[in-house]
Ligand binder design. Structure first.
Ligand code: GLV
Ligand code: MN
Ligand code: MN
Length: 421
């Protein structure tokens, strides 16, 4: 990379480490936990808003807390170009998933501003509200509302583990119901969205490549299953008469793993990551158990076939065991195909700047997936160590973030100078 030299590794490091100070699990080895609208997450938001203001961006927030830092173009009547990601994390996460994309966007805008050039279109660094589904069980809340796929009634329904609804939490923070309807975007409102993110897989590192150009994000469905059997005594209840929901769950989990593997496709992934066993005691047969299912596939048809098989199996097992089963779907996001035009801009930048790259798909979900419903998008991936993510050991090299940010900078510059819609 020779031509673009204006990206500051010091800013990237300072801002990523600055955000990471807002952490609900600061104990050694516990990683970073920053759930949406927690005191830590609000602290991180305030910190990045002050960074944005310091470098001369105009800061605004919408009715669900999406934050925009704008660098006004010479033709502000044209649709803006967006770049950004999320600042919330899963439980015991690393410090790069999401935050890298925010810091890269802010640094790219700073570098464009300080270069003295003013592109035609306004550029916006965006911090999306709650990409992770950890607190309110639904993910991409900010971008989902922008896409019109999250209504205020949904916000009144979604609750956290303490029983607080998303709507109540927003109200407590001063987000007004009347501003919620203005969050939704329509086609044409945004010229282009480019999100930089760590890869969360190991391909770039293994091939020693600097950048992944993401051409599609996988279909992503999350459900919760509820099993009702009979709570009973672990000593006095014969095996033959039990209605044990934990055993039924164990069978269904094993089947989900087997059925996902049986497609023979690496794109099929099924995960049970959350289990609630009531009352959760060594000597009680549980009669009330819930568990999640996260099922992803690039091919929607294959995803639905696997789901059908898991459901058939679950119905059979619960019937045999005298257990009632119900389930709910929290979200069911279709695959998102990136814009061929933005992909070609990113590829040209990589070619001209001697950045090594490959095209790839994303098995992880991103706000771009929801933004794709109303605007053209593409993503830039950078390597992360051993592909590890959603883990305190998640790590990306600052030099790699700088390279990705240079590609982002030049891509945003070019897109912001495009006149035609
Ligand atoms: C987002 O973090 C995901 O689970 O893909
Ligand atoms: Mn994540
Ligand atoms: Mn992420």
């Amino acid at each position: 990379m020779k031509r673009i030299e204006g990206i500051s590794i010091e800013n990237i490091k300072e801002w990523l480490e600055g955000i990471d100070k807002f952490n609900a699990t600061p104990e050694q080895g516990a990683g970073t936990t920053r759930l949406v609208f927690s005191p830590e997450e609000i602290g991180a938001r305030d910190y990045m808003k002050s960074v944005m203001r310091e470098i001369g961006l105009t800061v605004e927030e919408d009715g669900i807390g999406n934050i925009f830092g704008s660098l006004e173009g010479t033709k502000p009547e044209l649709a803006p170009v967006w770049s950004g990601s999320h600042i919330d994390t899963v439980l015991h996460a690393g410090m790069f998933d999401g935050m890298t994309g925010i810091v890269a966007a802010v640094e790219a805008l700073r570098a464009i501003k300080d270069s003295g050039e003013r592109p035609q279109r306004t550029l916006k660094a965006v911090i999306f509200t709650s990409e992770e589904p950890t607190r309110f069980k639904n993910g991409c809340l900010g971008s989902r509302a922008m896409a019109g796929e999250l209504t205020y009634e949904d916000c009144e329904r979604l609750t956290d583990d303490q029983g607080i609804t998303l709507a109540k939490q927003m109200e407590m923070l001063g987000y007004r119901k009347e501003d919620f309807s203005k969050v939704c975007k329509k086609q044409g409102d945004v010229h282009a969205m480019v999100e930089l993110h760590i890869e969360q897989s190991e391909k770039l590192e293994q091939k020693n490549l600097q950048v992944g150009i993401v051409k599609a994000i996988t279909a992503y469905r999350t459900m919760m299953f509820h099993l009702k059997g009979k709570q009973d005594h672990a000593g006095g209840t014969m095996m033959s008469i039990r209605r044990d929901t934990v055993c039924a769950m164990a069978e269904i989990i094993s089947a989900a793993e087997r059925l996902a593997k049986e497609t023979g496709r690496y794109e099929t992934v099924a995960t049970v990551g959350k289990i609630d066993v009531y009352p959760n005691a060594t000597n009680i047969i549980s009669g009330d158990t819930s568990f999640s299912l996260d099922l992803r596939e690039d091919d929607r048809e294959v995803q639905m076939q696997v789901l059908g098989k898991i459901l058939d199996f679950a119905k059979k097992v619960t019937k045999e065991r005298g257990i009632q089963m119900s389930y709910e779907t929290f979200y069911d996001d279709l695959p998102a195909i990136a814009s061929p035009h933005i992909l070609s801009v990113i590829e040209d930048v990589c070619e001209k700047e001697n950045v090594t790259y490959q095209y790839m798909r994303s098995g992880a979900g991103h706000d771009s997936q929801l933004v794709s419903r109303f605007a053209p998008y593409a993503m830039i991936f950078i390597p992360c160590r051993e592909g590890i993510s959603h883990n305190p050991a998640e790590h990306a090299k600052y030099e790699d973030i700088v390279t990705g940010t240079k590609v982002l900078y030049e891509t945003l510059r070019q897109l912001a100078n495009e006149e035609v819609e």
